[in-house]
Design a protein around this ligand. Structure first.
Ligand SMILES: Cc1ncc(COP(=O)(O)O)c(C=O)c1O
Length: 383
C-alpha cells in the first residue's frame, strides 16, 4: 500500500482540524496540516529524546543549525551564515507580528487575497494595510508590478510577501522576483518573505527561489521566514526560523521578540534537525503524492463548469472560485453537504473556498463526491 494512503485516526488527539467537526459527519478539509504521519526518522528521534526523561531548559545546537544550512544550500543553492538565523518557537505568525512592529513606516504592503495573518499582523501593530490585489495572468495568480509600484506610499517601508503564495499556490519566477526586488530597493522597502511552503513545490517545472538569494543587496533588505512545520507535518511542535543577514535589522527583530517569543522547545529541536537532515526521500514521495491529489482536484474542477481553479505550482491547498454558484455563504453551503472547507472570506474573497488536499486519496475522493452533490443541487436550483 502506498505510504500516504493509510488512513490514520486523528480523533482524540486534540487536532484543531479534526476537533472542529468532531461529532458530525463533516470531513475537515481546512486548516493547513496534513493527515499523514511524519517521517519515521522524526518519530524515532522524538521517542529517543523522550525516553531520556529529563526535559530542562535547552539551547539550540550547532548540529541543528548546520542541518538547516545544508538543507537550504542543497535545495535552494543559498549559502546562509549561522548568525543570520533567529529561531522562534512561537512560529512564523509571531515573526510576522514582530516584523510588523519594527517597521518604521505606518503603511505595510500586502497582496490580497492572502493568508489572514498577513492582515492581522499589521493590524496588531496598528499599521495601515496597502492592498495590492493579485491578478490572473496566463492562468496563474501573480502580481501586477505596475500596480504594485503605484500603490507604494511614502509610509510604506515593508512588503509582506508570501512565496509560495497561500492561497493561490503560485511559485514566483526569477524574473518576477527580480522585478519585485528592484522596486523594493528603489523605494527602500524591506521585504518580509514568508517562504514556509517552499519545500512543497508540486510542479516539476517550477522551483523555489528565496528572494534573498538573488543578490547581497536584496538579502540585506530581507527577512526570510521558514519552518519545517508544513513540509514534515510537525506544526504542533512549533519550530520556525527567521533568516536576517542584515545585522541591524536582525538586532531590532531580536530586541522586539526578546521576552515575548520563546525559543524552539527541545522536542522541536530534535524534530527540526532530523527533518532537515534525514527526510529527503520521504519528502520526495510526499510531493509526488500531493501532485497526484492536486491533479484529482484539477480534473474535478475542470469537469464542473461552475468552478474555477488556476494552475498552481505549490502547497497542498487549492484556491477554488465558486462565484458562479451565486451562493450567499459558500462555506456554510458546502458544510451542509458534509465538507468543512476554509471560507475565502478571511483571506479576502468570500466567493472562493480553500480546499486542503493534504489527506489520503480515498478521503479526498469522498470530499469531492460530496462537493459534487452540493454543486449538482445548486445548479438545479439556478436553472
Ligand atoms: C503562509 C503561511 N505562513 C504561516 C503559517 C503558519 O505558520 P506557524 O504555524 O509557524 O505560525 C501558515 C500556515 O498555514 C501559512 O500558510
Amino acid at each position: 500500500m502506498e505510504l500516504f494512503d493509510k488512513i490514520i485516526d486523528r480523533s482524540n488527539t486534540y487536532s484543531i482540524k479534526w476537533e472542529k467537526y468532531k461529532s458530525s459527519d463533516i470531513l475537515p478539509m481546512w486548516v493547513a496540516d496534513m493527515d499523514f504521519k511524519s517521517p519515521q526518522p522524526i518519530i524515532d528521534a522524538l521517542q529517543k529524546r523522550v525516553s531520556h526523561g529529563i526535559f530542562g531548559y535547552t539551547i539550540m545546537d550547532q548540529d541543528t543549525i548546520n542541518s538547516v544550512k545544508n538543507f537550504i544550500k542543497n535545495n535552494y543553492n543559498w549559502d546562509i551564515k549561522s548568525e543570520w538565523i533567529v529561531w522562534n518557537g512561537c512560529g512564523v505568525v509571531s515573526s510576522m507580528n514582530v516584523v510588523s512592529k519594527i517597521t518604521k513606516g505606518d503603511d505595510i504592503l500586502i497582496n490580497t487575497p492572502i493568508y489572514p495573518h498577513f492582515k492581522k499582523a499589521p493590524q496588531n501593530a496598528s499599521k495601515n494595510i496597502v492592498e495590492v490585489p493579485m491578478v490572473e495572468k496566463e492562468n496563474r495568480w501573480t502580481i501586477d508590478f505596475n500596480m504594485f509600484e503605484k500603490k507604494i506610499t511614502k509610509e510604506c517601508k515593508l512588503f509582506m510577501f508570501c512565496n509560495p503564495y497561500n492561497p493561490g499556490g503560485t511559485v514566483f519566477r526569477r524574473d518576477e522576483l527580480e522585478k519585485l526586488s528592484k522596486i523594493c530597493l528603489k523605494y527602500d522597502i524591506t521585504i518580509c518573505s514568508d517562504e514556509i511552503h517552499a519545500d512543497l513545490i508540486l510542479n516539476p517545472n517550477a522551483s523555489h527561489i528565496p528572494i534573498a538569494s538573488l543578490s547581497e543587496q536584496i538579502a540585506n533588505k530581507t527577512i526570510t521566514l521558514l519552518a519545517p512545520s508544513k513540509t514534515f507535518n510537525i506544526a504542533g511542535l512549533q519550530s520556525s526560523l527567521a533568516i536576517i543577514p542584515n545585522r541591524d535589522l536582525r538586532r531590532e527583530f531580536q530586541k522586539e521578540m526578546k521576552d515575548i517569543c520563546c525559543g524552539v522547545n527541545l522536542l522541536a529541536i530534535e524534530a527540526t534537525r532530523v527533518a532537515y537532515e534525514s527526510c529527503e526521500e520521504w519528502l520526495e514521495k510526499l510531493r509526488l503524492y500531493l501532485k497526484e491529489n492536486l491533479e484529482l482536484v484539477q480534473n474535478f474542477v475542470n469537469q464542473n463548469k461552475s468552478l474555477k481553479l488556476l494552475n498552481q505550482d505549490a502547497t497542498f491547498l487549492a484556491w477554488i472560485d465558486v462565484s458562479k454558484l451565486k451562493l450567499n455563504d459558500p462555506y456554510e453551503y458546502f458544510l451542509n453537504y458534509g465538507v468543512g472547507l476554509s471560507s475565502g472570506e478571511p483571506f479576502g474573497d468570500k466567493n472562493f473556498l480553500r480546499l486542503n488536499f493534504g489527506t489520503q486519496r480515498s478521503r479526498l475522493k469522498e470530499a469531492l463526491k460530496r462537493m459534487e452533490n452540493a454543486i449538482d443541487a445548486r445548479e438545479k436550483e439556478l436553472s
